[in-house]
Design a protein around this ligand. Structure first.
Ligand code: FAD
Length: 376
């Protein structure tokens, strides 16, 4: 299907199904409400076909260009039907399964994620091992037909809701660095997994500690080959910075529009407003180009770090602007609209951390794009 036809079809579908798609909660809603709303919208969009375009037919998709995926998330986000952060997990984890899982496993599992029947999480970071991912120590040893996993993950978004986890484990010697890492696809209801949600500063337990105590993961749940986990991770990370960022950019544009409507006359700092508009436009132009490169079949890589730096900068500029113009609401307001501005202002601090910190992105840009030498 051509993009124009897809856009018109989605817009029409959104208008005709407004009531059924609308969230049952007011304002941003609790995390429980957001997760339930996301599952509902994905199910309706999948059953209507829209969620299937841009994904391969062998995993329940309808094929075609990836551009419709960018538009669908943009339209859902701009209509305040889904929270872009949790919607983004699909764009991050489904391509990894398609690229690295055994074909039968991908065919069985990916439709569940696309349709919102399941939530998945990403178990990469560990205490002391975030930026320095190659030093991870959660260990897996082979016993008969399974891996036995023991160790801890942290900052695992949505783990308390997840049925599955894309998990990085050490299968080589403790000092094998990136060479000794393997990627697994674990069931979160496996005996031996304990999930402890962590309350964040913006008031929602978005991420968790996850403990593995001799957890069995069948060998056929290995993603790629044993020892190939670093490649899995390096291929996954650019997806955190491509379509997912397009959706987030659309959300920021939408929130800028709402800020302009809401801010009292004279309350917006004109210089900060100009800078925010410019940063958002730059982000969206860059991210648009990334969507087109992906649609043309280009392999995404370190250049997506530029998109991530732009996103984090634009997001923080926007919510700093909002905090200045709506200071009383953001700091003290207890209605749902104020609570949402406050929550998003606080969450925007995380934009320079999740998906690789701003410093790490700049290291990647310096080393791998500008050839300015090692970061150490
Ligand atoms: C909202 C949110 C959601 C997240 N969700 C997930 C998830 O679902 N799954 C998951 O696995 N992880 C997740 N994370 C974790 C995230 O990937 C890590 O927080 C991030 O990679 C940074 O790692 P760290 O917290 O260990 O900090 P560190 O790596 O310890 O970094 C601390 C500080 O040191 C700086 N630094 C570190 N190394 C260098 C260097 N070489 N050069 C210059 N500066 C350096 C960093 O930039 C940072 O400022 C999430 C984080 C957030 C905030």
């Amino acid at each position: 299907m051509e993009l124009d036809e897809f856009r018109a079809g989605v817009d029409d579908w959104l208008a005709q199904n407004r009531d059924e798609l609308a969230p049952g909660h007011r304002g941003a809603g609790s995390l429980d409400e957001q997760v339930a709303q996301l599952a509902k919208v994905k199910r309706l969009a999948f059953d209507a076909g829209w969620m299937r375009w841009g994904w391969p037919e062998r995993v329940g998709g309808l094929g075609g260009s990836t551009l419709p995926r960018a538009y669908l998330g943009e339209a859902l986000t701009a209509a305040d039907l889904v929270e872009p952060g949790i919607y983004s997990m699909t764009e991050v984890l489904a391509p990894t399964m398609i690229g690295y899982a055994a074909p039968e496993l991908a065919a069985a599992m990916v439709p569940r994620l696309l349709r919102g029947d399941e939530t998945w999480c990403q178990g990469f970071s560990e205490p002391g091992t975030g930026s320095n991912l190659a030093a991870l120590s959660c260990r897996a040893v082979r016993v008969d037909r399974a891996w036995r996993v023991s160790g801890q993950k942290v900052w695992t978004s949505l783990a308390q809701y997840a049925q599955r986890c894309v998990l990085l484990v050490r299968t080589g010697a403790p000092d094998s660095a990136h060479r000794g890492i393997t990627a697994l696809f674990a069931d979160m209801d496996s005996p031996g997994i304990t999930v402890r949600p962590i309350e964040t500063v913006h008031g929602a337990p978005e991420f968790c500690e996850v403990f593995f105590d001799d957890v069995a993961v069948p060998l056929d749940r290995t993603l790629g080959e044993e020892g190939q986990g670093w490649s899995v991770a390096m291929d996954l990370l650019p997806f955190e910075r491509s379509t997912a960022l397009w959706h987030r950019g659309a959300h920021l544009q939408h929130r800028l529009g709402q800020l302009l409507e809401r801010a009292p006359a004279g309350s917006l700092d004109p210089v900060a407003l100009g800078e925010t508009v410019q940063l958002l436009a730059t982000l969206r132009a860059r991210s648009r180009a990334t969507q087109h490169r992906m649609a043309a079949g280009e392999r995404l890589g370190p250049e997506t770090s530029i998109d991530k730096v732009l996103l984090a900068t634009a997001e923080q500029a926007l919510f700093d602007l909002a905090e200045g113009a709506l200071a009383e609401e953001v700091l003290l307001g207890d209605d749902v609209t104020s609570a949402r501005w406050r929550s998003e202002f606080l969450y925007s601090r995380a934009a320079t951390i999740y998906g690789g910190t701003a410093e790490i992105q700049r290291n990647i840009i310096a080393r791998r794009l500008l050839d300015l030498g090692d970061d150490r």
